[in-house]
Design a protein. Structure first.
Length: 148
């Protein structure tokens, strides 16, 4: 008998464009947290009261290790709408957002995808080595999720 398992994996790619033209790129795998798995299940199975769609990326300065029990970033400093993309017939979806000069300035070290402009349900969390975003820098965050 063949057994089908559904697995969700995620990763983050950060691209920092410094005011002087230098570019820094980071990639890091993330974890889907318990509230994220609950939201995925409820989106598929509930006929009413389904969770709102995920569509926001938040950045923060927290340094605590990611844990399944987390439902928020440790020290969120900015959140904004993300662009969702999925090509039919593939098992990959992405959320991306660009934090322009003046937004999310600081020593960024954590990120996550949420389904609300504030609060809301957190899908995932990722911790990475600090990326210092200056006042005049631009940071693009792109989360990629693969279902297999």
């Amino acid at each position: 008998m063949e057994v089908n398992e559904v697995k969700v994996t995620g990763s983050l790619k950060l691209t920092l464009r410094k005011a002087d033209g230098a570019v820094e790129v980071r990639r890091k795998d993330n974890i889907i947290v318990s509230t994220g798995f609950d939201a995925i299940c409820d989106s598929l199975g509930k006929t009413s009261g389904r969770p709102a769609a995920f569509g926001y990326i938040a950045l923060g300065t927290g340094t605590a290790a990611p844990a399944l029990s987390q439902s928020a970033l440790v020290s969120e400093i900015a959140r904004q709408a993300a662009t969702y993309a999925h090509v039919a017939g593939t098992q990959v979806m992405t959320f991306s957002s660009t934090f322009e000069p003046g937004a999310a300035t600081g020593a960024i070290s954590e990120a996550g995808v949420f389904n609300g402009a504030s609060a809301g349900t957190m899908l995932d969390r990722v911790l990475f080595n600090v990326i210092n975003k200056g006042e005049n820098d631009t940071l693009t965050a792109q989360f990629q999720f693969t279902l297999s």
